[in-house]
Design a protein around this ligand. Structure first.
Ligand code: P6P
Length: 337
């Protein structure tokens, strides 16, 4: 009789990681498990999103007499709830909130971590059933333990991240997170309601044949970007091609695919939006950290994303991320003014 092989759950994996790190307190492991719990709750609602006619539209009251929230507000609330009630996070910043939130209670103020997140990125795709995602990252606070967190705890350069990850609500629901020890992917097993290790030690292929860009903005890109895109279109078997263009319009889905298969994702600046669209702190930094740990690269076209010194919670940046060799080829074009 065949017996199911032992599949590590997220809890078992993070606890196992603890064993390998001397004098670790387990605080980061608990924080990651808290995020995993919030994501499971979000996943339930995301999977029902197609039933909006039954569940009611945001702003209404459903048959149970509950206020129906927009899914991104619901996701935001779930993340704040688990992190505030946990013992591993002193405060958060969110795409959904203008300012950061200091949890400012005796237990939370003793926590050494802060968390930043985009609770539900790509939520405009929900009503057409396109994969969407949660993006998060974790920093050690720089203000004194025991005090409420302050803005400087959140405006740290991305290379200070201690962990970063995302959840992709797609054909299956996955949680992928990175620490400096590696990138690991967990698939939600609905039969037991657990995140199970399905993609251990993810590495970004050194090169690939997928390039992701919104061609609709082509004539607003700078010369270097236009020349790179044109070069991608001209690839054939003689020079590492042919390339294929894949752009879902949901960053988590696009970057996840390129991380696993190899490829490059771009959201360049344009003449009308020179800083581009994507947010540095809770979209670009987390993915830059994840992809770099997996062996890839991430820049704003010229500078390493993780070296950028943030000046505001919601600042935007042009963003290029992916396989190392493809990023190095892009960089040769970005030197063109
Ligand atoms: P565009 C979704 O709204 C998002 O923030 C990212 O997930 C996605 O990569 C990008 O915007 C798509 O933007 O302008 O190409 O539609």
């Amino acid at each position: 009789m065949s017996v199911n092989r032992t599949i590590l759950t997220l809890d078992e994996f993070t606890i196992q990681q603890l064993r390998d790190v001397p004098n670790a307190t387990g605080e980061l492991s608990r924080l990651l498990r808290d995020i995993g719990l919030a994501a499971k709750r979000v996943n339930v609602e995301v999977n029902k999103a197609g039933l909006v006619d039954i569940l009611g539209d945001a702003g209404t009251v459903n048959v149970q007499g509950e206020e129906v929230k927009k899914l991104d507000i619901y996701a935001n609330d779930q993340l704040i709830r688990v992190l505030k009630h946990g013992i591993s996070c002193a405060g958060i910043a969110s795409e959904e909130l203008d300012d950061f939130v200091a949890f400012d209670d005796e237990i939370s103020n003793k926590s050494k971590y802060v968390c930043l997140f985009d609770p539900l990125d790509g939520s405009a795709n929900i009503d057409v059933n396109v994969s969407i995602g949660t993006i998060f990252c974790v920093y050690k606070r720089v203000t004194p333990i025991g005090t409420p967190v302050a803005m400087e705890d959140f405006l740290q350069p991305g290379h200070q991240q201690v962990a970063a990850g995302y959840v992709i609500y797609g054909s299956s629901t996955m949680l992928v997170y990175a620490t400096r020890r590696g990138v690991n992917g967990f698939t939600l097993d609905p039969s037991i309601g657990e995140w199970t290790l399905s993609h251990p030690d993810i590495k970004c292929p050194e090169t690939g044949r997928i390039y992701s860009v919104n061609h609709g903005n082509f004539f607003e890109y700078n010369e270097g970007v236009k020349k790179y895109i044109t070069a991608c279109q001209k690839k054939d078997k003689s020079n590492g091609g042919p390339y294929t263009q894949r752009y879902i319009g949901s960053m988590v889905a696009d970057v996840h695919r390129n991380l696993i298969k190899g490829g490059i994702f771009t959201y360049p600046g344009t003449t009308s939006k020179p800083a581009g669209k994507l947010r540095l702190l809770y979209e670009c930094n987390p993915f830059a950290f994840i992809v770099e740990v997996a062996g890839g690269k991430a820049t704003d076209g010229t500078k390493r994303i993780l070296d950028l010194q943030p000046t505001g919670l919601h600042q935007r940046t042009p963003f290029f991320v992916g396989s190392r060799l493809m990023m190095e080829e892009l960089e040769t074009y970005m030197l063109i003014s």
